[in-house]
Write a protein that binds this ligand. Structure first.
Ligand SMILES: [Zn+2]
Ligand SMILES: [Zn+2]
Length: 364
């Protein structure tokens, strides 16, 4: 079986559109025909050379599509089912899996930096050479072969919107509801209003936060955040002044959806004494935070991180779909420009340029 896919080779080089060879699906695998795939910060880290993972690689780990074929042992989906791709096809047995946190699976997290599936294969090749998987998935392809554990049935939402659920929505809303556990009436700061940040804002709104300050250097992103629940917007230069009005003692919860040492420091500095700072964004490989211990001890601030919303995607997705159905979780408004796979370099450029809304690659 073959599929058209975009190969990432090296920093600064255009992605290459090729016809990949796909291994025949195994008994527990399915073939998904992709409808849409979002460009996430993790993909951009790779494109910018901030992560060193093997190449050539098919990037993309946030998407939705239709099941085309299922292996003999597959029980969770059938051909024709619409599904969201989860990038946490975990082992099911390790300590992370046992506590209901498949994204922290040891086997998965050993595989991702090596560009493979949890079992060490990639199942994809080009001219006889191995092609690697971005974040154990590889969605920038017309067809993707995945474990049935990596596809979650979805209904009632157009696939182009459902794609956002695969990473940004679960990560961002989960950060607010499951990791931070934002309380009713709380004050919240969200640094970074890209795809994930927009969903942290929404998670804070859903939790009942009264004050939600968003900070982003791109005005269009801040304006979009104001439409989905932020009460105040700032850019890095105006943040001190805006927070001086909105939360003069510091915020109860500060989320850093960027993940750089500088933005983590900013989030911690603006957290009130006894409040919580949650790191959502991933830093470039090798980066370290510099933290004044007195922030944690004398001021009793809590600093924590969250991966994939600190939830189990298979368990949480139905709740998210209910929120969408009830009009409490906005997906459509967060969709940015769409590009066909043939224009994926333009899509990546638009995302790097700070597009308001998630940039999507769409298929067929
Ligand atoms: Zn992602
Ligand atoms: Zn595991």
């Amino acid at each position: 079986m073959q599929t058209k896919a975009a190969l990432f080779h090296a920093v600064g080089r255009p992605l290459e559109l090729v016809e990949l060879d796909l291994d025949e699906p195994r008994a527990d695998e399915v073939v998904v025909r992709m409808a849409a795939a979002g460009i996430c910060g993790t993909d951009l880290h790779q494109v910018k050379g901030e992560f060193r993972r093997p190449t050539p690689m098919v990037l993309g780990h946030e998407g939705a599509g239709t099941v085309e074929f299922v292996g003999d042992a597959v029980t969770r989906v059938r051909p024709g089912d619409e599904v969201v791709v989860s990038w946490a096809p975990s082992c099911g047995h390790c300590p992370g899996c046992r506590r209901g946190r498949p994204a922290t699976c040891r086997v998965l997290n050993a595989a991702i930096p090596h560009g493979t599936l949890p079992d060490g294969r990639t199942g994809m090749s080009y001219r006889g050479k191995t092609v690697y998987r971005g974040t154990a998935t590889g969605c920038f392809a017309e067809r993707v072969v995945l474990s049935e554990r990596a596809v979650l049935p979805v209904s009632g939402v157009p696939l182009i919107e459902a794609a956002l659920l695969g990473c940004a929505a679960l990560t961002g809303v989960g950060a607010a509801l499951y990791a931070g556990r934002v309380e009713d009436g709380a004050s919240v700061l969200v640094i970074g209003a890209g795809g994930v940040g927009q969903f942290v804002v929404q998670g804070a709104r859903i939790a009942g936060a009264h004050t939600i300050v968003v900070c982003d250097p791109f005005d269009e992103r801040s304006e979009q955040a104001l439409l989905v629940g932020a009460t105040h917007a700032a850019d890095p230069e105006s943040l001190d002044a805006v927070l001086g009005e909105a939360a003069p003692e510091g915020v109860d919860f500060a989320f850093d959806a960027v993940g750089s040492p500088a933005t983590v420091a900013t989030a911690l500095a603006h957290t009130r004494d006894g409040g919580q700072t949650v790191v959502v964004g991933l830093p470039a490989a090798g980066e370290r935070y510099e933290i004044d211990p007195f922030e944690l001890i004398r001021k009793e601030k809590r600093l924590t991180g969250t991966l994939y919303g600190s939830l189990d995607p298979a368990v949480a997705l139905p709740d998210f779909l209910s929120l969408v159905d009830a009009g409490r979780l906005e997906l459509r408004r967060l969709i940015g420009d769409r590009y066909p796979l043939e224009q994926i370099d333009d899509a990546i450029a638009a995302s790097l340029a700070g597009s308001a809304g998630r940039v999507l690659v769409t298929f067929g």
